[in-house]
Design a protein around this ligand. Structure first.
Ligand SMILES: CC(C)(COP(=O)(O)OP(=O)(O)OC[C@H]1O[C@@H](n2cnc3c(N)ncnc32)[C@H](O)[C@@H]1OP(=O)(O)O)[C@@H](O)C(=O)NCCC(=O)NCCS
Length: 216
């Protein structure tokens, strides 16, 4: 397994362009049908196509996220800069066709449990994309990279109990449900968020998160 230091160094070099990483998305026949490509430092400043893509679909699918707020391109740019590029423990992959058409994205968070596990988040497919199965194959290819190249032993994720399409995708990729977390809705002036509850308070939950995991 790669050490924490090695992974941090690798992620930094991927984002700053010193290491070129592009993960092939392969279908069941082994044909290349797309690529997973990390969002890089220079793109956050320059590439408004990526920023507006993320903004558009984050707004469109806001009900499926733990926090809901007014989504803007400036907010997305700040989020990419501060919560993806500058963070040693995070990376966001764009899902693209072979000829570079942006279809979606999926992120990875490392070191949450200080072990050789990581968490998938931010899975989104553009509603304009009609290619069946592309996100399933993208996630399968991402899992292969995490287990095979980074030496992860376990991958986890959390998904709303009412988000059946996303659960179905994770099931297809090999994830199994391991638990549930009750959530309380908190309504602020500019932000609605769902906060995790303790086990004993679960009966009064406003919504429920499923925990899923995939062991190597
Ligand atoms: C989650 C999400 C990416 C799944 O999209 P998707 O279109 O179901 O995913 P895929 O590209 O893998 O396509 C799967 C579909 O193609 C079908 N399919 C056909 N051939 C397939 C194949 N060879 N392999 C896999 N799926 C195939 C599947 O049956 C499925 O269709 P269905 O839902 O009608 O059964 C999408 O619904 C989304 O962006 N949701 C909003 C964001 C969200 O909720 N994110 C999670 C919170 S972070």
């Amino acid at each position: 397994m790669a050490t924490k230091r090695e992974i941090v160094f690798y992620l930094r070099n991927i984002k700053n362009g010193k290491v070129r990483l592009s993960i092939d998305i392969l279908n069941d026949e082994g044909d290349k049908i797309g690529v997973l490509r990390p969002v890089m430092t220079r793109e956050v400043a320059d590439n408004s196509e990526i920023v507006s893509f993320i903004t558009k679909w984050r707004e469109h699918y806001k009900e499926n996220f733990l926090t809901q707020f007014k989504v803007t391109d400036d907010g997305t740019k700040n989020w990419l800069k501060n919560q993806i590029i500058r963070r040693d423990d995070k990376i966001l992959f764009l899902v693209e066709t072979i000829d570079g058409k942006l279809l979606g994205h999926e992120g990875v968070i490392f070191f949450e449990n200080n072990d050789s596990s990581c968490e998938l988040d931010n899975l989104v497919k553009s509603a304009d994309c009609k290619i069946p199965g592309i996100m399933t194959y993208a996630e399968k290819s991402l899992i292969k990279w995490l287990f095979g190249c980074l030496g992860m032993e376990k991958i986890t994720l959390r998904v709303f109990s009412d988000n059946l399409k996303t659960q179905a995708l994770h099931h297809r990729c090999g994830f199994l449900k391991t638990g549930e977390i009750g959530l309380k809705k908190e309504i602020g002036k500019e932000l609605v968020r769902y906060v995790e509850m303790t086990e004993t308070d679960k009966q009064t939950a406003d919504r429920v998160l499923f925990k899923m995991e995939f062991k190597k």
